[in-house]
Write a protein that binds this ligand. Structure first.
Ligand code: AMP
Length: 515
């Protein structure tokens, strides 16, 4: 028997087994917020949304965009749009009007749902229909289904596109990644399994819901009847308050989220207040390689379990997982943190390889179908039976280590230098808040290593001190030959450094970006 694997399976199970449980705690005091609702009510609102979209004339295959920070209505849209064969286009709300317009046009979005806080910012975006999620304009769309509502039928197909997620733009123009129901199904089930999601979990949405649909974790936890606690903005103290108030056990996010939580926890401790969540919370971190010092602090100062994953929007996203196995129990915390700073071991069903150029390749059922309307790009990414990640890495003894975005490898005097390794070393300096290491052209060495550093507020450090600090920790050739102090570093909404932007000024007038 073959039953199509769709995201509806996760919601159906919650509706069957846990109808009375809290499904959603929306951000309080926000226009249009949904408050605290049960799984039964979530199911009714999902059905209501589907029937109204149908009545408005949006059929199977039509694209419905949403541009919003984390919100209860985003969760409803995951199911109310995709669960009925319409295609969700989640859009990063930190983009500008032109970038949103590009995605709307490129994806052929017919209806755009806009968070009220961003209504003004995106008022100039042109689309056939726009609905502001303010509780007034969208009141009907998000109302629970009534007895007279006809819920549309969709002949479920696991290979159908569930959503089109535009990549975050760390490279060039965003590409629309078509993630199918089957992709999300295999990702969510293996991710949920590796992260041991159970019906006792409570998820805090610290990861943007637009980013690969919260890495597919929202589907996984829904299948177990887990409450979704919405976190609209990243604020360390507010995250700690929710951990205490809602009994949070699980959260995903980029390293910057956890740096904010560590800062807030430090403030609490110095003010004599307790830090919640010890031996209760586990966090899943990806997007950028977290410095080993941050990992050690999470485990030591917060007492939260640190899990690293690696993947891409194109892989829905889970490729590897690094979670402390029992064999490491006797190791000292610094060594555990060092080992956890690798991307990890392949998830169930994932095959990895590194090609002759050092590029990480992957095969798995969660690898995407294609880039929306970009067959050439699809062909490049999916050739020879492998997905080409564009990341440089090494794969030894079952562990993958991401050494760089492939193009970020700095080759100086014929030696490869991982900018991540250098960043990790500099980050250990107590006066350093942020650091980016880039390759810049050098007449003698081809390329040379440069560090862009943001100092912590109130701290001071000199170039000579940092140079000395690096020399104590790194091979000489890896040490930056110059340091520049900056107020801030360009990052994407999900916390990744925009290296190509940081590097650009140094390469102007040159034909290539490597030397
Ligand atoms: P995105 O498609 O926006 O999720 O970005 C995927 C990219 O993020 C990957 O190609 C990597 O360059 C980077 N990335 C994700 N997870 C990790 C990780 N654990 N360590 C290093 N880089 C990561």
């Amino acid at each position: 028997m073959r039953v199509p694997l769709t995201v509806n399976d996760f919601l159906s199970r919650a509706l069957t087994v846990f109808p009375d449980r809290t499904a959603l705690v929306d951000e309080p005091d926000f226009p249009g917020a949904l408050g605290r609702i049960s799984y039964a009510e979530l199911g009714q609102r999902v059905a209501g949304m589907a029937s109204r979209l149908d009545a408005m004339g949006y059929g199977v295959g039509d694209r419905i965009g949403i541009v919003s920070p984390n919100a209860g209505k985003f969760l409803i849209s995951y199911f109310g749009v995709s669960g009925y064969g319409r295609i969700l286009v989640p859009i990063n709300y930190r983009l500008n009007t032109d970038e949103v317009q590009y995605i709307v046009d490129h994806s052929g979005t017919k209806l755009l749902l806009v968070d009220p806080e961003y209504a003004e910012a995106f008022s100039a975006v042109k689309v056939a229909k726009k609905i502001i999620l303010d509780g007034v304009e969208d009141a009907e769309l998000f109302a629970p289904a009534g007895a007279h509502d006809e819920v549309p039928h969709w002949e479920a197909d696991e290979d159908f596109t569930c959503s089109i997620n535009y990549t975050s733009g760390t490279t060039s123009r965003p590409k629309g990644v078509q993630i199918t129901h089957r992709n999300f199904w295999t990702n969510s089930v293996t991710f949920g399994w590796h992260a041991t999601v159970s019906d006792r979990d409570v998820l805090l949405h610290t990861l943007p819901m637009f980013h690969a649909n919260g890495w597919g974790m929202p589907y996984a936890v829904t299948g177990m009847g887990v409450p979704h606690i919405i976190q609209r903005k990243i604020d360390g103290e507010s995250i700690l308050q929710r951990v205490a108030a809602e009994g949070i056990t699980l959260a995903c996010g980029a390293p910057a989220v956890w740096a904010a939580v560590l800062d807030a926890a430090e403030k609490r401790r110095s003010g004599g207040s307790p830090v919640p969540g010890r031996d209760q919370v586990r966090i899943v971190v990806a997007g950028a390689p977290p410095p080993s010092r941050t990992i050690e602090r999470i485990q030591h100062e917060l007492g939260w379990e640190f899990i690293q994953i690696y993947g891409l929007t194109e892989t829905a996203p889970l490729l590897t997982i690094n979670r402390k196995p029992k064999e490491w129990d006797a190791l000292d915390p610094a060594e555990v943190a060092r080992r956890l700073s690798r991307a990890g071991t392949p998830g169930l069903g994932v095959t990895l390889a590194v090609d002759g150029d050092g590029e990480v390749l992957a095969r798995a059922n969660q690898v995407f179908e294609s880039y929306w309307n970009q067959p050439e790009e699809t062909g490049k990414a999916l050739s020879d039976g492998w997905f080409h990640t564009g990341d440089g890495g090494s794969y030894d003894s079952g562990y993958l280590t991401i050494l760089d975005r492939k193009k970020d490898v700095i080759i100086t005097g014929g030696e490869n230098v991982s900018s991540i390794e250098v960043e990790d070393a500099i980050f250990q300096h107590p006066a350093v808040a942020e650091v980016a290491v880039i390759g810049v052209p050098d007449p003698k060495w081809g390329e040379t290593v440069k560090a862009l550093v943001v100092a912590k507020a109130g701290a001071s450090v000199t170039e000579d001190e940092l140079r000395e600090f690096c020399r104590e920790r790194l091979a000489h050739y890896k040490c930056p030959t110059s340091f520049e102090f900056r107020e801030e570093l360009a990052r994407t909404a999900t916390g990744k450094l925009q290296k190509f932007k940081l590097r650009e000024p140094y390469w102007q007038g040159m034909e290539k970006r490597i030397n």
